[in-house]
Design a protein around this ligand. Structure first.
Ligand code: SF4
Length: 376
């Protein structure tokens, strides 16, 4: 049985964006920059702290149940700066005593001192971007670490006292075979992390990989991709990880609270460059211009979208159905999507039971086309 207790709380989250990386990976379209010096990072941390202090007042009635440092690579900041940012959050917001506090980490950027200090300061979850346990594949991805360096970082995190560790892996990589992917899966479960995220590589526009692989040559075939996808579920579930979201697997009680918040349309405040927020029926995004953010973090321009009832319903469908426990079927959902739901049910793509709707295994395989049907 799945225990999604951690996903069911009344929650408010903070996302903190650190837009710096040691090197830009050729497949990545996240808002991140390589090659920024110490001064820029220091100025950025200063701006972020100003933004945190300025915005916290508005949310004094909220209790923060999750904090997520993402990027970019948060661990490229000086340890002291990261701790200063986290301390400011604790001083400015009402943070729950059992809040989930995560940092993403590139395995090539951590050290024992850093992770011990993080643990002492309140971080209790680390998400390592491993991607593959095969050094040839890592080199094609231009990752800055080898598998052996990842092992050292993973061990360092364990020794620093982290027991809630996520490992990100990817399938459908250039040169990857079903066998090499299987080896990655087996090596990862051998480490016994609490959580594993397994995504397929998506070739995004405006990346170096787009120029190189946009026609699909050099990438595993669709058939191979499907085999890898099936293998993920088989191996991870056999090893005791339950799939609680299309691409996320966890041991009992270790579902990522912060990500559940996104899928369940809980409210969160994004802090830092280009960070997204959702509260009061509105979505908005911070300014993505680094120089402008550093110069005036608390006088930013925002892109604000006030959600219509239709927007809200669509989001409920395609975010909520990403989770294996599905969503509650409300009268409005039945009224709006009755015919589509019936069709999906007849095709065995969804299951409607006890007032809930959830994707079946067959539905998960074609989830994107199912979600497209819910656009009003
Ligand atoms: S380390 Fe992560 S955020 Fe940075 S460029 Fe690579 S994939 Fe993107």
């Amino acid at each position: 049985m799945t225990n999604d207790k951690r996903c069911d709380m009344d929650r408010f989250g903070l996302y903190v964006h650190i837009p710096f990386c040691e090197r830009k990976c050729p497949y990545c379209d996240f808002l991140s920059f390589a090659g920024c010096g110490k001064t820029v990072k220091l100025d950025y941390a200063g701006s972020l702290i100003r933004e945190i202090k300025a915005k916290a007042k508005k949310y004094s009635d909220r209790t923060v149940s999750s904090i997520f440092f993402g990027g970019g690579t948060p661990t490229t900041l000086q340890t002291g700066e990261t701790l200063r940012i986290l301390k400011t959050i604790y001083e400015s917001f009402n943070v729950a005593s059992d809040a989930e506090v995560t940092t993403e980490a590139n395995p090539g950027t951590v050290n024992p001192y850093m992770l011990k200090e993080y643990k002492k300061a309140g971080f209790n979850r680390i998400s390592f971007g491993l991607q593959s346990a095969d050094n040839k594949e890592l080199s094609k991805l231009k990752r800055i670490h080898t598998y052996e360096e990842f092992l050292f970082s993973y061990d360092t995190a364990k020794q620093a006292g982290f027991d809630n560790i996520n490992i990100d892996i990817m399938s459908a990589l250039p040169g990857q075979t079903v066998k090499s992917y299987e080896e990655t899966l087996n090596k990862v479960i051998g480490l016994d992390p609490a959580h594993i995220s397994a995504y397929s590589l998506i070739i995004e526009e405006n990346t170096k990989f787009y120029d190189k692989y946009k026609d699909g040559k050099g990438l595993p075939s669709e058939n191979t991709d499907r085999k890898m996808y099936a293998l993920t579920k088989e191996i991870l579930e056999d090893a005791g990880y339950h799939r609680y979201e299309i691409s996320n697997y966890a041991k009992e009680g270790y579902e990522c609270r912060h990500n559940c918040l996104y899928w369940e349309r809980g409210e969160y405040l994004g802090l830092g460059l280009g960070a997204s927020s959702f509260a009061g029926g509105m979505r908005w995004k911070n300014d993505p211009d680094l120089a402008h953010y550093i110069a005036s973090s608390n006088k930013q321009k925002y892109e604000i979208v006030r959600l219509t009832k239709d927007d809200e319903l669509e989001e409920t469908m395609f975010l909520g159905l990403r989770m294996m426990k599905g969503i509650k079927e409300t009268p409005l959902i039945t009224k709006t999507y009755g015919d589509i739901l019936k069709r999906h049910e007849d095709l065995l793509l969804i299951e409607r039971k006890d007032g809930n709707i959830r994707l079946t295994d067959k539905g998960i395989d074609v989830s994107n086309s199912i979600f497209a049907d819910y656009i009003l």
